[in-house]
Structures are given as C-alpha cells and as structure tokens.
Design a protein around this ligand. Sequence first.
Ligand SMILES: Nc1ncnc2c1ncn2[C@@H]1O[C@H](COP(=O)(O)OP(=O)(O)O)[C@@H](O)[C@H]1O
Ligand SMILES: [Mg+2]
Length: 257
Amino acid sequence: MAELLTVARGLVKRYRKGSEDIRPVNGLDLEVREGELISIRGPSGSGKSTLLHLLGGLDRPDEGSVSVGGVELTRLKEAELCKFRNENVGFVFQVFHLIPVLTAFENVEIPLRLFPIPPARRREQVELALKLVGLSDRMKHRPNELSGGQQQRVAIARAIATDPKLLLADEPTGDLDERTGEEIMDLFLALHDQQKKTIVMVTHDLAKAALAERQLYFHQGKVIDAKDAPAPRQRAPRQRAAESADILSPGEGEASA
Ligand SMILES: Nc1ncnc2c1ncn2[C@@H]1O[C@H](COP(=O)(O)OP(=O)(O)O)[C@@H](O)[C@H]1O
Ligand SMILES: [Mg+2]
C-alpha cells in the first residue's frame, strides 16, 4: 500500500457567527495516501473549504494536527509554513486568481520565483507545467485573452509548477460550463493517472465526484464515506405544502394533551 502523505487528527476549526460558536470542522480525522485521488462532496457551508485550507496550511486548526509528508504543520512558524506551502502544496480554486497584467507563463512562474533554482531550470519547469495542461501554444497570452477553461488550466499549471506533494482543488469546475468542466476534470484525472499526483478535490458535482477512486462526504464537521451520506431530501411540493399547513395549525391531539 502507498505511503501516507497527509494525516489529519482530531481537527477542529471554530468561528464566531454573531453570538454563537460554529465548528465547521469538528473532530475530523483523515488519511491521504500518496497518489490517491479523493473527492469530497457536501452541502454548501458545511466546511469543505475550511478543511482544504487546514490540510494545505492556508489556515491553522484550533485543535488537532495536520501533517504533510511527515511535517507537522501546526508546529511551523508563520514564515516556515509559508515556505512549506509554496514548495509542497498546490491550490486550485473555483475562481482562477490569475494576475491580469501577467502572461500565462509569468503567472505560472510566480511560485517558482521563491525557489533557489537557476533561471533556465525555472523556465523548463514553467514550460513543462503549461505543456501538461495543454497550453504550450498560449504561454504569452494574458488571462483576458484566454477562455475560462484555459484560465483554469493556467491556474492548474501554476499549482503544479513546483511539483507539489499535494494538490488541493476547491470546486475547480464550479465557474465553468458543463463541457469545459468535464475537460478540466479529465485533466485532473490525467494528472492523477499519468503524473501520479495526490489530489483532494471538493466538488458539488456527483458525476465528477464519482470519478475519484475514493469518495468522501462532508457531514457534521467530519468526512464520511460517500456511501454513508444522508440521502438527498427530495420532497414533493404537495407534501411540503401539507407540512407547512401543520406548522400553521398544530394538531388537535397535541393541543389537548
Ligand atoms: N473566515 C471565516 N470567518 C467566519 N466564519 C467562517 C469563515 N470561513 C468560513 N466560515 C464559516 O464556516 C462554515 C463553513 O464554511 P466553508 O468551509 O466555506 O463551507 P463550504 O466550503 O463547505 O461551503 C460556514 O458557516 C462559514 O460561514
Ligand atoms: Mg467552499
């Protein structure tokens, strides 16, 4: 069996919402093995993005621990965490976050600027990343000269340019039309199959989630096997109307009890 890459134990993240404390991540355990492709689904606002931020060291947990490649992220000081993240974790978001005045090449080069490698080697790595996402012929284009799908490809190239241990994708097809979304999904599958990338992907899309070899579901602050996910609520309009009528006029039995 492949080595463990990422281990989260007893993760808790708290936020204050008005007067109440919420815990979008609440006692979560997760193990990710090298080379795995994991999908995570779950309701909006359940804590999926919060979890990805904790796994990648973009945010720190209130309790628990996260390690990536044997390095305990919670023990790192801010500057060390920043360096670790830049070298070991790639993020892809729903919005592409490209810098508009820079070309595709320059956008992908950003994380490599902090690397102590000679310029020729850096150029090679940028070109390789752009080749892997199928954009070798668009290196000099600026984001506004590229389609949405191409912009997301640039963002993916930027995320893999440093050859990170862990690739985290948060609804990466959420802003794309159906067909482009499928192409981007195919790209992630290829990065997994051919480049052996370890990928944790959050997606709303059932069909895309089902393409992952391991499918998880975010439920009450933890991740569970998607097979055990609560069934989606599909109530007929007629039933809904009946239920609200009950609320308006409570049953006789209860009133007299
Ligand atoms: N920085 C923050 N400050 C306060 N509350 C937050 C913050 N980030 C997320 N939350 C809250 O945590 C919960 C989970 O959010 P999120 O992880 O973005 O959910 P998801 O990605 O599953 O839609 C939500 O209730 C959200 O409002
Ligand atoms: Mg989210």
